[in-house]
Ligand binder design. Structure first.
Ligand SMILES: Nc1ncnc2c1ncn2[C@@H]1O[C@H](COP(=O)(O)OP(=O)(O)OP(=O)(O)O)[C@@H](O)[C@H]1O
Length: 197
């Protein structure tokens, strides 16, 4: 799959957050979105996921498919999207069923969460919650990963595990766009957004 974005402009609260932005990613390619707080990194990811409307520009996926963009991507934002009263495995089983995946136990294992799978999500540490959110990447196969600060709260070993997942995804022809202030453990092109007004 390939994604091409051109002339992207997004407005929020009546303000232009960015304009004239574009990039192209082919199979196995990654893009790191950088820039200061408020520059529009999360806004760009949400627009790519189809969660924010474009004021101008186009986002094209090829080859063309019947599937909508939201069905081809994983968007993992700042919030970990876990129900606190459900156990980790219940949370993942729910999101996996919703998104059409099946590999819940495998995903929990890959993210090193087996020991806490039966704990309510409310009891998980910040890094465990982040890993639980990222486990969806494994539970449900999707070609385009849109990740907002994926390494936040992760210790060195977990960062390495997530780096390995990213490299496997790219080696399999997947695409990755990540907003991050920290170095990403994969080879990636850079898109630097300007200073916030
Ligand atoms: N719901 C909203 N309504 C209006 N403006 C918003 C809204 N959400 C964000 N913004 C504004 O959009 C701009 C870009 O925010 P965004 O969250 O995309 O920045 P960012 O580059 O991801 O920042 P950070 O590095 O702090 O995560 C900011 O000026 C912010 O105040």
């Amino acid at each position: 799959m390939q994604i091409e974005a051109s002339g992207l402009s997004v407005e929020r609260g009546g303000r232009v957050i960015f304009a004239g932005l574009g990039f192209r990613l082919g199979p196995g390619e990654a893009l790191v979105v950088k820039g200061p707080n408020g520059a529009g990194k999360s806004t760009l990811l949400r627009a790519l996921a189809g969660l924010l409307p474009l004021a101008a520009g186009q986002i094209a996926l090829s080859p063309e498919t019947e599937a909508r963009r939201g069905e081809l991507c994983h968007y993992i934002g700042h919030a970990d999207a876990l129900k606190p009263a459900l156990t980790l495995i219940e949370n993942l089983a729910f999101s996996s069923a919703l998104l059409g995946g099946q590999n819940v136990e495998h995903a929990i294992g890959r993210l090193g969460l087996a020991a806490v799978a039966d704990l309510p999500a409310a009891y998980l540490s910040a890094g465990q919650k982040r890993r639980a959110a990222l486990a969806r990447l494994v539970a449900v196969q999707r070609p385009l990963w849109l990740l907002d600060e994926p390494l936040t709260a992760l210790d060195a070993a977990s960062q390495e595990s997530v780096g390995e997942l990213m490299r496997e995804h790219l080696a399999a022809g997947g695409l990755l766009v990540a907003a991050t202030h920290a170095p990403l453990p994969v080879t990636a092109r850079e898109l630097v957004l300007g200073r916030a007004a």
